[in-house]
Design a protein around this ligand. Sequence first.
Ligand code: SF4
Length: 341
Amino acid sequence: MLTNDRGAESVTGKRLPMATGTKGRTAIERRKDARKRLPSWFRTHLPTGDAQIAFNDVRSNVLEHELNTVCQEAQCPNIHDCWGRGTATFMVAGEECTRACRFCAVGTVKDPPPLDQSEPENLAEAVDLMGVTHAVITCVNRDELPDGGAAHYRACLEAVHARRPDIGLEFLCSDLDGNLEALAALLDGLELRVFAHNVECVPRLDTVVRDHRASFDQSLKILQEAKRLRPDILTKSSIMVGVGETDEEVIEAMRRLREVDVDLLTIGQYLAPSPRHLTVDRFPEPEVFGIWDQAARELGFKAVACGPLVRSSYRAGLLYEEAKGGPVTLTYGEPRNGETL
Ligand code: SF4
């Protein structure tokens, strides 16, 4: 999850709301205040060269066709970086979630409206028109449904693939309330590059950070079963830091993810979306992210994105390519391919 009042993507990929002015302060003033409180290393860089051209093309498509993505609705600061490298994130299954995690600004609802049956085709059209090469599809939890929304998620992914089989698909899934049958139905024969599910935090902090129905163990179970069912699909998970964990606990969480053969890892800084949300506990310095990056690679993750601004879908297409033997695309510390985070 990302910023305070700016509203941005969580590491779950969920949208955070736009800021609204309160108590006499405008939204812009509050955003400025929030930025001032952030450490100096929270800087983004505009793309150059081919990445800039690609970003401009994607943005033109978005404006021309009035497309909606998590990236722009959440005002994600990585938007130039990701769009310029062919990745964008879309959310399905509704605007509100049946969970109430303390880090997430997506609204909570006990009985959400029925699923939109036209969503698969609308999503496919949006992904098609956008002009990206790797689409991350994320979702809200639908605990009120017997299959946790699995059939609908699948319909969305199938519709995109049917329309644009050349676009790589990554699905950032809920935990389906631990329903392994629903997971099997979702993944059976599905065309997918990456199955992602986020543990969000170290296990000790489950009850502080996540909804009471979520847990590290249940998330591991989903990731492990996904790998067992579909060893041909890469699995991926994300950890937020700054919610009360220790450095050692982050390493231990990575170890446990590797024990169930998770392939891809992202680690990013948590930023409270509003004063009502979980307070930020700390801002690890960039060098600490560098240590975690190195540790993750040594533990055997096939690709890693680790840095303060990293979100679970950050440069997702490049991360996939790296895992498939492509160049290392991002890291802290030593520049690789001319880039650092
Ligand atoms: S990290 Fe990248 S893909 Fe994810 S929301 Fe932000 S801009 Fe979009």
